[in-house]
Design a protein around this ligand. Sequence first.
Ligand code: GKR
Ligand code: MG
Length: 437
Amino acid sequence: MSLNLNSKGPKIKEFHITPIAVVDPPLLNAAGLHAPYALRTVVELVTDDNISGISEIPGNIAIDIALEKSKSLIIGQDPFQLNQIRDILSANFDTEDTIKRGDTPWDQRTIVHIFSAIEVACLDIIGKIINRPVVDLLGGRRRESVPFSAYLFYKYEGAGGALGFDTNPNAIGWDAARQASALNPNEIVTQAKAMCQEFGFQSIKLKGGVFEPRQEVDAVLALREAFGAETPIRIDPNALWTVETSIKYGKEMEGVIEYLEDPCRGQENMATVRKALKTPLATNMCTTSFEDIPRSIELGAEDIILSDHHFWGGLQASMTLAGVCQTFGRDLSMHSNSHLGISLAAMVHLGAAIPNLRYALDTHYPWQSDEIITCGRLKFEDGQVAVPKGAGLGVELDRQALEKLHQNYLKCGLTKRNDEIEMQKVQPDWKFMPTRW
Ligand code: GKR
Ligand code: MG
């Protein structure tokens, strides 16, 4: 029987896709170096009674093209009918198995991002129509504000954007610290102090997979020395370590780190390391879709799944994941990539709804200085972000700022993230290796 669910209710009449380029400093990771701009795509859906809903996802020309293709499928749909919207999208795009995520630290799939972009914008619309925040559409809030962790990066000196590897000498406080180099344990501790002072973070994550493990473990030990046992610390080598290296350094950091994130590649290897260590393992690389769950449970691949509504297919799917995690005794926390305030608002609504939030969420937000929402940069207090007030996501598009960042996109010439190419501009022989140490 075919349902005609579109006869009543609002209809989506406009679908806008705006790629933007956001200033990003030269941060290092397992895949190379961040470009001077991080790409994001902003989606805006507008209903026939002029209610606008927005969302933000990682920028990538392939995703933008697929979004463009989904326009004709989505225009005319009722934003409340999210199941139907998902079914229509699934029927019109090829399925993407988990292999398509790729070897890089970030997820390279297309369709999951499209689901997320459309779903979050629809939830924003629904919230505005019924005058409730998005968190209420996820079952209601379990907390008023959501804790985030400091996210430290090894980095070259530089502000990113037009300044590239140069710095703005007039910057002060975190704005200045964000531009400084961090290439050894001492500089990492300095970065951590500046970031925690500005944002009040109570826990710390170090992005690893950049230098040989000894240096990175020394940075963790230096952080522990500087911040004491009361500040939880994690390290994320983005799967660059072998099983042996993961066990060796995992044992050395036992009692020092709260969890070890993706030390090595693949569920089997993670399960071997997990059996050898007392420290919990977390992932945003080996268990990244519902398709991965059965094997994860069978093997015992990780303790904590770092969800990300951008690639788990949206906020409601992330709530389903929370249920799966509860059922199978997994913890749930959150992964991030370079992002602005629309994504942060969505992450906070989700973070406020999920049960048993034991670990502070990841966010790259301190590394970005641009913004595209009318209230300006969202505030952290004691490392936490309060659920935005107002209906829907509770944030509105600043159209002038959006246009400025869209112009950045047109000028910068980047169309997808490729950290290897950026790194080769500094070290021509550098090559990404899925496992390095
Ligand atoms: O921004 O360089 C980065 C990170 O490496 C990011 O791409 C990862 O996806 O933060 C992420 C992670 O936890 O793996
Ligand atoms: Mg990670």
